[in-house]
Write a protein that binds this ligand. Structure first.
Ligand code: GLA
Length: 398
C-alpha cells in the first residue's frame, strides 16, 4: 500500500487504540451509503428499486491478526467491541457490533475467514438517518475481513451475506437494496435493480445541470422497525388473498393494477388497509420502471412528477411518512427549479431526496433553512451528492 492511503487521523486513532503499527500493515476499505431515488418498500416484494450510492462512506482501517479475535473500535461511539471467529459468532453487545458479528458469522460459516482483525470503524454517513449507514458498515467490514484472510467473494454474494447479517443478527427484516447498491454501484449511474432475480441495469445520471439533494429531517420515530415488519406482513396477506383468484402468484411483483381491481371483489376488498398497501407496491413498481425510462431520455420533469407521486402513495396508502418528511417535500415543491422530491428509505423520519436544476440548489437550501425550523421546530441538514461508486478495498502492496 502506498504512503498516505490511510489518513494521518485514522493512523493515529488506530495506534491509540491498537498500539504501534506500520502503515504498510494496514488495509482500508470504504463502502458508500445510498439514497433511493424511487422504488420504496418494493425490494421485499420482489419488485424494482432505483438507488444511487452517495458520496458518504463507512471506512474500516484494519490490521490482520494471526488469531481468531476481532477487535473493533468505533470512532462514532467511542467504544470497543470484541468477539471471536473460533466458533459460531455470539450475538453480544454492544448493539452496533451486531452488524459486524453477523457479517463475520456469514463468512466464517462459509469457511472463508479464520483470522480476525484489529479495526477502526469510521463513517461520515449520519447514523440512523435512513442513508444505509448500517449496510455500508456491513459491506466495509465484510471486505476488510475477507481481505485480511486473502479472500474475495463475488459481489452479489457479498451483498447477500451482508443482508443475512442484518436480518439474522441485527434483527432488521430489510430487503436487499441497501447492501446491493453499496457493493455494486457505479459512479455517475443510478441502478435499476430487479429484486426478484437480482438482475440490474446501470442508468447514466451525470448531468452538470442537475442536482440531487439529500435533506435530513433529523427525526427518527422509533415505531419504524415494528411498522416495517407490519408492512411486510400486510404485503404477504395481500398475496395470500389474491391467490384465491390468481393461484400462480408468489409476490406483489406479479400483480398488475387490473389484477388488483379484480381481487377487490374477493377477500382483499374487505380489508381496505391491506388493499391500500398492495396498491402502493403495485403502483410503485410501475413508477420505478417509468422513472428509469424517463431518466434514460433525461426527461427530468417526468422523473420529478413520479417522485411526487411516490411520496403521496407512501404518505397516504403505505402510511410510512411522517409530518416532518411531508413538510420537507412541500417546501421542495414550492421552490422554482425543483423537479421532484420524496421521502427515501424505510420512512418514519430520515431523509427526503430532491431532484433539481443545479442552479436551484441554493434556493432550496435557503427555503429549507427558513421554513423547516419554523414549521417543525428544529433544523434540517442537507447536502448535494453525485451518484458515487460502490465499495472498494485498498490493500497493502507488499
Ligand atoms: C429500508 C430497508 C430496505 C428497503 C427500504 C424501503 O431502507 O433496509 O431494504 O426495504 O427500507 O424501500
Amino acid at each position: 500500500m502506498g504512503d498516505g492511503l490511510v489518513s494521518t487521523t485514522f493512523l493515529s486513532e488506530f495506534q491509540q487504540h491498537f498500539g504501534a503499527v506500520a502503515p504498510r500493515d494496514l488495509l482500508q476499505t470504504r463502502a458508500p451509503g445510498r439514497v433511493n431515488l424511487i422504488g420504496e418498500h418494493t425490494d421485499y416484494n420482489d419488485g424494482f428499486v432505483l438507488p444511487i450510492a452517495i458520496e458518504r462512506h463507512s471506512t474500516i482501517v484494519a490490521r490482520p491478526r494471526l488469531d481468531a479475535s476481532v477487535r473493533l473500535y468505533s470512532l462514532a461511539r467511542e467504544e470497543l467491541a470484541e468477539f471471536s471467529l473460533e466458533q459460531q459468532v455470539a450475538k453480544g453487545a454492544p448493539g452496533w457490533s451486531l452488524y459486524a458479528r453477523g457479517v463475520a458469522e456469514a463468512l466464517r460459516a462459509a469457511g472463508l475467514v479464520r483470522h480476525g482483525v484489529d479495526a477502526l470503524v469510521a463513517s461520515d454517513i449520519p447514523l440512523g438517518g435512513g442513508l444505509s449507514s448500517s449496510a455500508s458498515f456491513e459491506v466495509a467490514f465484510a471486505l476488510a475481513l475477507l481481505a485480511a484472510n486473502g479472500q474475495t467473494l463475488p459481489p452479489v454474494q457479498l451483498a447477500q451475506a451482508c443482508r443475512w447479517a442484518e436480518n439474522e443478527y441485527a434483527g432488521a427484516p430489510c430487503g436487499i437494496m441497501d447492501q446491493f447498491i453499496s457493493v455494486l454501484a457505479e459512479a455517475g449511474r443510478a441502478m435499476l435493480l430487479d429484486c426478484r432475480d437480482l438482475s440490474y441495469r446501470q442508468v447514466p445520471l451525470r448531468d452538470p445541470d442537475i442536482g440531487i439533494m439529500v435533506i435530513n429531517s433529523q427525526v427518527h420515530h422509533n415505531l419504524a422497525q415494528g411498522q416495517y415488519a407490519l408492512r411486510r406482513a400486510q404485503c404477504r396477506q395481500a398475496v395470500d388473498s389474491l391467490r384465491a383468484d390468481f393461484p400462480q402468484i408468489t409476490s406483489l411483483r406479479e400483480v398488475s393494477g387490473k389484477m388488483l381491481a379484480q381481487g377487490c371483489s374477493g377477500e382483499l376488498g374487505r380489508d381496505k388497509v391491506v388493499l391500500r398497501r398492495a396498491g402502493h407496491v403495485v403502483g410503485e413498481n410501475q413508477r420505478t420502471l417509468d422513472f428509469a425510462a424517463a431518466l434514460e431520455r433525461q426527461d427530468w420533469h417526468s422523473c420529478g412528477e413520479l417522485m411526487y407521486q411516490s411520496h403521496q402513495s407512501l404518505r397516504d396508502d403505505y402510511e410510512v411518512s411522517c409530518p416532518e418528511l411531508d413538510v420537507l417535500v412541500e417546501i421542495a415543491r414550492s421552490v422554482p427549479g425543483v423537479y421532484g422530491a420524496r421521502m427515501t428509505g424505510g420512512g418514519f423520519g430520515g431523509c427526503i431526496v430532491a431532484l433539481t436544476r443545479r442552479e436551484a440548489g441554493p434556493r432550496l437550501a435557503a427555503a429549507v433553512q427558513i421554513e423547516y425550523p419554523r414549521r417543525c421546530g428544529h433544523k434540517a441538514l442537507l447536502f448535494l451528492t453525485e451518484a458515487a461508486a460502490g465499495a472498494s478495498v485498498q490493500r497493502p502492496s507488499g
